[in-house]
Design a protein around this ligand. Structure first.
Ligand code: PLP
Length: 282
């Protein structure tokens, strides 16, 4: 693979970052993941806007202008011949002598790489996934998409150890989100319920698109927190993320959701999302 590192295109084995990089030492870095289908970027403008917000929350300057960032995304797809998968972007504050205080002057480190991955025909979208709930022990600025991913990684390992595919994180009895996805449920009357935006969770780009599409299709949407028990009793449950689109949840801890197969509402929302995002891919 060819990767992008601070303005240069390199074979991945030649792309090197300093051991003093604050992304490495302090997780002082933010990231974005954009899906690619048919060589085109899905929901790019949402990801680019959230990237700017994450940077400004941490006071990290963006090393490229917005048009140049878009060009770099397109060029890495082209250089790697990527048809379906994702582009990972990371910007750290840069390298500086180790100190908790931010360095007065540091050049941010910008990295882009690609990963091929089935999205449209991901087998998990046909079967659905099982979830194990774990406590949400992350920090309280989950709205910033930082690379502090150790706890979500531990949560996923714990879920897998319990025989589930992934984890939902729970705080005060309420589901905050998945280890790397937004959590949603559908009530028996067809209402979509998804947690409202706050610092407690990442403001999912796919979440925003799904809410728009659901409302556009005449569905009722409630933006509020829900408990594990409410989710277990719901008609349907599903997750959304850039690379999952929407994927049904068929089991939460030991409880089967609905009839244990992907439900009609989450299937319909996945179809609506796929259709509209392929049409607007850039
Ligand atoms: N929540 C968390 C913690 C995530 O890591 C992600 C995506 O990686 C999401 C939600 C979904 O966000 P998006 O739809 O923007 O990919």
């Amino acid at each position: 693979r060819i990767v992008y590192l601070n303005g240069t295109w390199l074979p991945e084995a030649d792309a090197k970052v300093s051991v003093f990089d604050r992304g490495f030492l302090f997780a002082d870095a933010i990231y974005e993941v954009t899906a690619v289908i048919g060589g085109k970027l899905i929901d790019y403008h949402g990801h680019s806007a959230r990237l700017q917000r994450s940077l400004s929350e941490l006071g990290i300057p963006c090393p490229l202008s917005e048009p140049s960032l878009l060009d770099a995304h397109r060029e890495i797809v082209h250089r790697n011949g990527l048809d379906e998968g994702l582009i990972y972007l990371q910007i750290s504050r840069g390298a500086a002598d180790r100190d908790f205080a931010y360095p007065a002057k540091a050049e941010p480190t910008l990295v882009l790489f690609t990963q091929a991955k089935p999205i449209l025909n991901n087998p998990r979208s046909e079967t659905g996934i099982s979830i194990a709930t774990v406590p949400d022990w992350r920090w309280e600025r989950r709205d910033i998409k930082t690379v502090q991913l150790l706890y979500p990684s531990m949560a996923k390992m714990e879920a897998m150890r319990r025989g589930a595919d992934d984890a939902w994180l729970v705080e005060d009895g309420l589901v905050t989100e998945g280890s790397a996805a937004t959590a949603h449920i559908v009530k028996a009357d067809g209402t979509l319920v998804t947690r409202g935006l706050s610092n407690a969770l990442l403001h999912g780009i796919t979440r925003a698109s799904i809410i728009d599409l659901a409302r556009g299709a005449g569905m009722a949407v409630e933006e509020r927190a829900f408990s594990v028990e409410e989710a277990q009793a719901a008609a349907e449950a599903f997750i959304t993320s850039a690379t999952n689109f929407s994927t049904s949840v068929i089991k939460i801890d030991e409880v089967i959701i609905g009839d244990g197969t992907p439900g009609p509402v989450s299937r319909r929302l996945r179809a609506l999302y796929t259709e509209s995002r392929l049409a607007s891919a850039i």
